[in-house]
Design a binder for this molecule. Structure first.
Ligand SMILES: Nc1ncnc2c1ncn2[C@@H]1O[C@H](COP(=O)(O)OP(=O)(O)OP(=O)(O)O)[C@@H](O)[C@H]1O
Length: 204
């Protein structure tokens, strides 16, 4: 039931360099209370100062594998022999606070979350061209030639998935950042208003 569930999670998907973090940074600046990130699980050891249930849920590999087997995760990934993942329960924790859980996930995660009962709002952030993505990523200075190639190759597939009708509720044409933010923000606010009209309480 929507009333007992809290606000719908918000999925923002788009190729690396399309400007997802930039849009989210602006959204958090404008609405510091309304949105939240779920806490991820990991099998890696906590670093100095990291607290369980704050920075991550720190779990053992057997426990995490069992939970994955029980279909408790939306997405998982392995980096340097540690498992990481976003659980459905972690998303529900944010909803229970009356906040909109933001999920910055890739195509595989989008396909997975669609199979759950989380009922997310799905937004695709579409860059003008792959050449422009390349320009942005080079300017950002975050990539080696190899990671740049990987990201640009993946982008072609991600864009065709993103633009396939029915896959997303909204496509943001991310050309000019100010125009893109306005479109993104207005769509999100409109969706939140609809839910509030249905009795969902959202924190501002
Ligand atoms: N509309 C835009 N026009 C020009 N540059 C942009 C635009 N949006 C973002 N940028 C710049 O492009 C770079 C990539 O943006 P950003 O880091 O937000 O992308 P991202 O989708 O979050 O990427 P990743 O998935 O790799 O984290 C940044 O340097 C950012 O300042």
């Amino acid at each position: 039931l929507a009333m007992s569930r809290g606000p719908r999670p918000l999925v923002l998907c788009g190729p690396s360099g399309s400007g997802k973090s930039t849009l989210l940074k602006r959204l958090f600046a404008e609405f510091p209370n309304t949105f939240g990130f779920s806490i991820s699980h990991t099998t890696r050891q906590p670093r100095e100062g990291e607290q369980d249930g704050v920075h991550y849920y720190f779990v053992t590999r057997p426990d995490m594998e069992q939970a994955i087997g029980n279909d408790e995760f939306i997405e998982t990934a392995e980096f340097s022999s540690n498992l990481y993942g976003t659980s459905k329960q972690a998303v529900r924790e944010i909803q229970n606070q009356g906040r909109v859980c933001i999920l910055d996930i890739e195509q595989k995660g989008v396909e997975q979350i669609k199979k759950t009962d989380l009922n997310p709002i799905l937004i695709f952030n579409n860059p003008p061209t792959v050449a422009e993505l390349e320009r942005r990523l080079r300017l950002r200075g975050s990539e080696t030639e190899e990671t740049l190639r990987k990201r640009l190759n993946a982008a072609e597939i991600e864009i065709s998935y993103g633009l396939t009708p029915g896959n997303f509720h909204k496509v943001i044409e991310n050309v000019d950042i100010d125009v893109a933010y306005r479109e993104f923000r207005d769509f999100v606010v409109g969706e939140l208003k609809k839910q509030e009209a249905d009795g969902v309480r959202i924190i501002y």
